[in-house]
Design a protein around this ligand. Structure first.
Ligand code: NOJ
Length: 565
């Protein structure tokens, strides 16, 4: 089958607000990305995914869109965006943007009309959103239609007095959910999508794509996620977008969805699927949530790292899509902690574990997404006051933790280790004030470690984390065997190491990595070691392969076998 361009390139995800501030107002911007285009080239990147750049009151940093047709003044102008596209394309870099379909901002003109019975367009736009009448408790007091809890930890319902109704919001209350059953809404969305594609962008990462349909019976339940996640009918909407727009325009589409059955995985990301080309799934993102404190749910529940669960998640996706669809590999995006802090060791073994993590992931097949700052080993925040955090989710959850009996210090520590702001601190370019991100106090505090962890300090050191990322990411695009190979894990259930062969047409690669601080042994007796030669290690010297090998703390080795020799 002829390969598509997105099967031959690496993706870099840019969190616009924190990437590079070209006009020194403390906020990253589009011109800032344009000025750094050469940086991506040096990193082996061929595709940029840019987080929402649309006009927005920024309750959720742009995922709350006020006007889809306008570029946020925080980020620049449409001219800036066109200039970025033009210059990126000249360098052979393609650009995809975030496409937010599940909700708008409550300041979007549709919602302004929808919530106000006096508005001339009220009737049309009221049905663009999802409304329910209040229920009443036994004392006759108004109560919410259901006890559903949204993704930011509070109720999914907000009361709107002028209509005496509640509207649904599965994210913040400033992000009302759209009614995708409404045909006119779908037509408006399609018009907008075409408009952006006509600007020359190369595709989309489709936000919250598995939430577009809801359970319209609104049964009660707590937290009730099943009533607004992965309901089969959401595929109808994605099919419609795919058939009418994504496929005819022949652009890259990446969906976002937590989990999927095999049948669903193929619908989303199978070859010839109308919906997406790839899917961002989260099976490997929270491999350390086995602390059973009932006061902590989901990602907040901290626990021991289960390396096997990371491998099993990737294995599951490779099995579901083998020969039938294309995979994505990534460590994290702007919604999860920094990987070197989360799965590595951000103190004594910072550099070594960062290189180990790069090695373990980026020799696997599929298209890789590297998240901004990962390539220099940026770490989780060490803020010591809650007022330093910026994410809308932090504030509801912090209060939840206090309400559940945690002390302020405990609540702060839970937030610190898991919150989304970890991945959103300004990119660390150099050791000057504000990490060279801006000359103005940034919208969110720079990480205190910026004088030691930054691009300039790593640029010229061939053994820096940055240069190891450069080497591996470039190697991926120069060796199609990596992107297209078959990954076979070794001792899949082992909880300490992450080892596999990537079997290619011409070359095989053997990857041996240790996720622990202590030495770990690996049994290689099940595979043929003949012909393997060392390609890379984060140790000072190579290791002779034998049936049983011992990997030192956080060590990583890559061996290559050329089948034509
Ligand atoms: C997923 C995005 O990655 C996240 O940052 C955002 O808050 C929600 N979708 C809502 O748009």
């Amino acid at each position: 089958m002829e390969q598509k361009w997105w099967q031959k390139e690496n993706i870099y995800q840019i969190y616009l607000r924190s990437f590079y501030d070209s006009n020194n107002d403390g906020i990253g911007d589009i011109q800032g990305v344009t000025q750094k285009l050469e940086y991506f080239k040096s990193l082996g990147i061929g595709i940029l995914w840019i987080s929402p750049h649309y006009d927005s009151p920024m309750d959720d940093n742009g995922y709350d869109v006020r006007n889809y047709y306008k570029v946020s003044e925080d980020y620049g102008t449409l001219e800036d965006f066109r200039d970025l596209l033009h210059k990126a394309h000249e360098l052979g870099i393609r650009i995809i943007t975030d496409l937010v379909l599940n909700h708008t901002s409550d300041e979007h003109e549709w919602f302004i009309a929808a919530k106000d019975p006096q508005h001339p367009n009220h009737i049309k736009y009221h049905d663009y959103y999802i409304w329910q009448k209040p229920k009443f408790d036994s004392n006759g007091n108004k109560i919410k239609p259901t006890r559903w809890i949204g993704w930011f930890g509070d109720s999914t319902w907000e009361y709107n007095p002028p209509t005496d109704e509640y509207y649904l919001h599965i994210f913040s209350k400033k992000m009302p959910d759209l009614n995708w059953r409404n045909e006119s809404l779908r037509e408006d969305m399609k018009k907008m999508i075409r408009w952006w594609l006509d600007q020359g962008i190369n595709g989309f990462r489709v936000d919250a794509s598995n939430h577009l349909e809801k359970n319209w019976d609104f049964p009660d339940g707590f937290p009730g996620y099943e009533n607004f996640s992965s309901i089969p009918r959401h595929h109808d909407y994605l099919q419609e977008l795919g058939k009418e727009i994504f496929v005819p325009y022949d652009v890259l589409t990446i969906g976002e969805s937590g989990g999927a059955s095999k049948e669903e995985a193929l619908k989303y990301a199978g070859y010839g699927s109308n919906e997406f080309n790839m899917l961002i799934h989260f099976g490997h993102c929270w491999a350390d949530v086995d602390n059973h404190d009932p006061r902590l749910m989901g990602k907040w529940s901290q626990g021991n790292l289960r390396v096997a669960s990371i491998k099993r998640s990737y294995q599951h996706w490779y099995e579901m899509l083998e020969g039938k669809g294309w995979n994505i590999i990534y460590w994290h995006n702007h919604d999860q902690p920094r990987v070197v802090s989360h799965y590595g060791n951000d103190s004594e073994y910072h550099d070594k574990s960062a290189k180990m993590l790069a090695t373990s992931l980026y020799f696997m097949s599929g298209t890789a997404i590297c998240y901004q700052g990962e390539e220099i080993g940026m770490t989780n925040v060490k803020y010591n006051q809650i007022s330093q955090f910026r994410d809308v989710e932090v504030f509801t959850e912090y209060q939840n933790f206090l309400d559940r009996g945690f002390s302020k210090q405990e609540a702060l520590e839970i937030i610190q280790s898991r919150c989304r702001d970890n991945a959103r601190t300004p990119m660390q370019w150099n050791s000057e004030e504000f990490a060279g991100f801006s000359k103005h106090l940034p919208w969110i505090d720079v990480h205190s470690d910026y004088t030691s962890i930054n691009v300039v300090s790593q640029n010229d050191d061939p053994d820096s984390v940055l240069n190891v990322y450069r080497m591996i990411l470039k190697y991926r695009v120069e060796n199609s065997d990596i992107m297209n190979g078959k990954v076979r894990f070794i001792e899949l259930d082992d909880e300490n190491h992450y080892c596999y062969e990537n079997i290619g047409e011409r070359k095989d690669h053997l990857i041996l990595t240790n996720f622990r601080e202590f030495p770990v042994s690996v049994n290689l007796s099940m595979i043929s070691l003949e012909g393997y030669n060392l390609l890379y290690t984060n140790e000072s010297k190579g290791m002779l392969l034998s049936k049983e090998v011992l990997l030192d703390g956080y060590s990583a080795y890559v061996y290559i076998r050329d089948k034509n020799r």
